[in-house]
Design a protein around this ligand. Sequence first.
Ligand code: NDP
Length: 280
Amino acid sequence: MDIDGKRVAKEFQERLKQKIAKEGLTPTLAFVLVGEDPPSQSYVKMKGKACAEVGIHSIKIELPESTSELELLNVIKKLNSDSTVHGILVQMPLPKQINEQKILLAIDPGKDADGFHPINVGKMITGDPNVIIPCTPLGVLKLLEAYNIETCSKHVVVLGRSNIVGRPLANLLSQKRAQGNATVTLAHSLTKDLPALCKQADILIAALGKANFVTKEFIKPGAVVIDVGINRIDSKIVGDVNYGEVAPLTSYITPVPGGVGPMTIAMLLENTYLLAKSGL
Ligand code: NDP
């Protein structure tokens, strides 16, 4: 059965819109976009549109490709001290003259809409419930919740160990919490015999950025498959899972597009709302 991320995200955003209106909040999110990377421009456009739909005010600060690290740090400093701004999102990747880690560190942890600041990462890893969780991992947890997919005592294999998807997701799923309590294996490019390992998974999460990488040999019959991948082949978007041959073997699977992607955007809105509401 397909997990309809588009529908779950839409319902989530509808509830959020009502909460924001009822509470009389004007959450404000500042996007900082450096350079002219077309995918980054389109992500920021999509996220800005989603903000407007739920009543979040967004500001877009566009800077040239030649922006120096110091100039960007100064922009962040200004946003940090602007009390009308609740969330800051610096769209990655940044031009090579700018150290991304330095930029993430400069964002006020209380305005960190992506949840990438090391202080927030540390809080998340230690199970602090009052923390901003990175959007894609949080979106995956919400999808599992929406479909009542049990994670407790299940074996989850996460393919990909990036700081924005695989690693935080593996950590959250292993915590003592709702959508947690799983036994998690975090696999990567140096893991041996991936098909045999993945075949042991009750829930398989693919976040490696390799089009159609996961084939039927990776799947235990009846498994849940979450495909985080977004890969462009010509003008088509495909996931990391070969949906055509894998879907018939699964109990649940996320399609690409229309699975995890819409949830990532919905969770950015949720994070901005949380920052505006409580100043985490
Ligand atoms: P990264 O490139 O940062 O990380 C990829 C990870 O996959 C690395 O840990 C890498 O291992 C591992 N990997 C790569 N090739 C293989 C292989 N052949 N076998 C096993 N492991 C492998 O990617 P991201 O985490 O940023 O993104 C992953 C995918 O998710 C991409 O397609 C991206 O576009 C998508 N994405 C989707 C989002 C959404 O909203 N749906 C949001 C964010 C990302 P190693 O560490 O050893 O190099």
